[in-house]
Ligand binder design. Structure first.
Ligand code: HEC
Length: 176
């Protein structure tokens, strides 16, 4: 009896999609609470961090190719493990219903976000976005202050002694 598995077995030989080492996690997003972090882990982490939980079927072609492609493209767009901090975009993607992808929620029921869960996640992301902006501003100000301090230093040193004699030899009222 012929079993039509030749193509299936052949597909397993394609190396793409089998390399499931997660790159090192450099940093993580500053979630304000464990509850919100849990929501993000369930709905976003597989594709937007280096903490991907590879499902068993991610080792079986052709699912492996689809999963690998999603993760590669997702990490390219946004990777919280690499310090991406455009949290406002993420909030919008949730609000618009773009993320998590519907296809993903079919296999991952825990990634389906209720209205309350969406609101909590969006509020957290917007707060984190403001935090990230404030941090950038503070860093800029600190840099400017450091530059100002650099510029002032030589002037301060210079003023000792030399400036005092100014006007002595320069007056026109000398004997002439
Ligand atoms: C199954 C994998 C997967 C999951 C889970 C997932 N994403 Fe994505 N995400 C992608 C891919 C692939 C792209 C790039 C292509 C695209 O936009 O469809 C993307 C793009 C994005 C972008 C940038 C482009 C855009 O659409 O605004 C943001 C922001 C984003 N995702 C946020 C999230 C958030 C927040 C979650 C969780 C609520 C999430 N994603 C869950 C795969 C995923």
């Amino acid at each position: 009896m012929a079993v039509p598995v030749g193509g299936f077995l052949g597909a397993q030989l394609v190396p793409y999609g089998r390399d499931h080492d997660n790159p090192p996690v450099r940093t993580s997003a500053p979630w304000p609470s464990a509850e919100v972090e849990e929501l993000a882990v369930a709905a976003c982490y597989d594709c937007h961090t280096n903490e991907t939980d590879w499902p068993w079927y991610s080792n079986v072609a052709p699912m492996s190719w689809l999963v690998q492609r999603d993760v590669d493209r997702g990490r390219d767009e946004l990777n919280w493990s690499e310090g991406d901090d455009d949290f406002h975009d993420a909030a919008e993607a949730i609000e618009n219903g773009d993320m998590p992808p519907t296809q993903y929620t079919l296999n991952h029921p825990e990634a389906r976000l209720s209205r309350d869960a969406k609101d909590a996640l969006i509020a957290a992301l917007e707060a984190m976005d403001e935090g990230a902006e404030a941090e950038e501003e503070a860093a800029e100000e600190a840099e400017e202050a450091a530059e100002d301090a650099d510029e002032q230093e030589p002037e301060d040193d210079d003023s000792s002694g030399r400036g005092r004699g100014r006007g002595r030899g320069g007056s026109n009222s000398g004997p002439g």
